[in-house]
Design a protein around this ligand. Structure first.
Ligand code: SD4
Length: 345
């Protein structure tokens, strides 16, 4: 049995090792602000819009809303907003959330017919006593606030859905991600949601954006049409505060992309922020969170993509994903670039 003195010695040793490990990842002392970062290649174009606000000393909240509206309105981006790939029933359902430096947040889930769900999420935050509105209630609220009702299904996305219908079995599958270990199940999983597979045609997906403004305030936004051909009513991580997005002005902010079920299970973005609170750099906090997901089921993790992106209050940023292929975009007064995210596999 450990005596008390030995226990204290071991604890002291392990905590100094931990602080060495954290420090070896920590960045320099200077604060980079304003700065905006966002997921995937389309983040670059979205950052341009956010930067227009940040460079004029505008708020991080306004910047992230304006930034993610770019892919929401782009019919050629089939994973966010207008033109998004529909669910199994051919319905385009959108998930979005937003969070500011005071811990205010708003979210819409499974919202149909509205071009800019992120702006509805912001109105939920600012004009209601609630945080989340879902489905018909979210639509009703959006219409009451003057949003226009439109058809989000473009001919291209309708074509892709009809093509998928030819080969798909219309059967809900439970724990499909676990079945990906099984070779026989892999082909049906692929037709259900091709973007599960890294490098697949629909792999470039959700936009998550984080910004630190000139006043030193952080905000974040996350918006998506979710997994292609999902069951109707399925909600992913993107509109779930703590999963798809989390902001704590004392520490930093994080957002996610990839298979939402895995991110919800691990409350991923909140975990990234809490790891940064413990002293980990944004990149190492993302890496540790990805490892948590991989370690739960290493075999199934081989076939799915999950990526995290984080920004701390000093303007340091980092990302980590399970698979190769995850990119993120950074814009500050010194930098405008697209960075390949590191990955475990
Ligand atoms: C979801 N995380 O609905 C989102 C979409 C995404 O790869 O990023 N898919 O699960």
């Amino acid at each position: 049995m450990l005596n008390r003195r030995k226990f204290i010695q071991i604890s002291a040793l392990s905590s100094s090792f931990l602080s060495f490990q954290k420090k070896s990842w920590a960045g320099s002392g200077a604060i980079t602000k304003p700065i905006v970062i966002s997921t995937w290649d389309f983040g670059k174009q979205s950052n341009v819009e956010a930067w227009k606000i940040l460079e004029k000393n505008g708020s991080a909240l306004d910047a992230v809303e304006a930034g993610v509206k770019i892919p929401e309105a782009d019919p050629n981006i089939q994973t966010v907003g207008y033109g998004g790939l529909p669910d199994r029933d051919g319905r385009v359902t959108l998930d979005s959330c937003i969070m500011d430096h005071l811990g205010n947040c708003g979210s819409v889930m499974c919202l149909e017919h509205i071009m800019h769900p992120i702006s509805v999420a912001r109105m939920v935050m600012e004009k209601t006593p609630h945080i989340i509105l879902a489905g018909d209630g979210a639509l009703q609220f959006a219409l009451s606030q003057g949003f226009e009702k439109i058809n989000l299904l473009t001919p291209e996305s309708e074509r892709a859905w009809k093509e998928w219908l030819k080969s798909s079995k219309y059967e809900p599958k439970m724990n499909i991600e676990n079945e990906l270990n099984d070779k026989k199940a892999a082909s049906s999983a692929e037709t259900m949601a091709p973007l599960y597979l890294a490098g697949g045609p629909y792999n470039h997906d959700t936009i998550g954006m984080l910004a630190l403004d000139a006043s030193g305030n952080l905000s974040g936004a996350c918006t998506t049409s979710g997994l292609a051909f999902k069951m109707h009513g399925r909600v992913g991580d993107s509109p779930v505060i703590g999963a798809g997005l989390y902001v704590d002005n004392e520490v930093g902010a994080a957002t996610s992309t990839g298979v939402g079920e895995e991110v919800i299970r691990s409350v991923g973005s909140h975990l990234v922020v809490e790891l940064m609170r413990q002293g980990y750099s944004p990149e190492l906090a993302c890496k540790k969170t990805v490892e948590r997901i991989v370690n739960r089921n290493p075999a199934s993790a081989k076939s799915i993509q999950v990526g995290f992106l984080a920004l701390n209050r000093k303007g340091e940023y980092g990302a980590y994903a399970i698979q190769k292929g995850f990119t993120y975009a950074v814009r500050s007064s010194k930098l405008e670039t697209l960075i390949p995210g590191k990955s475990i596999l």
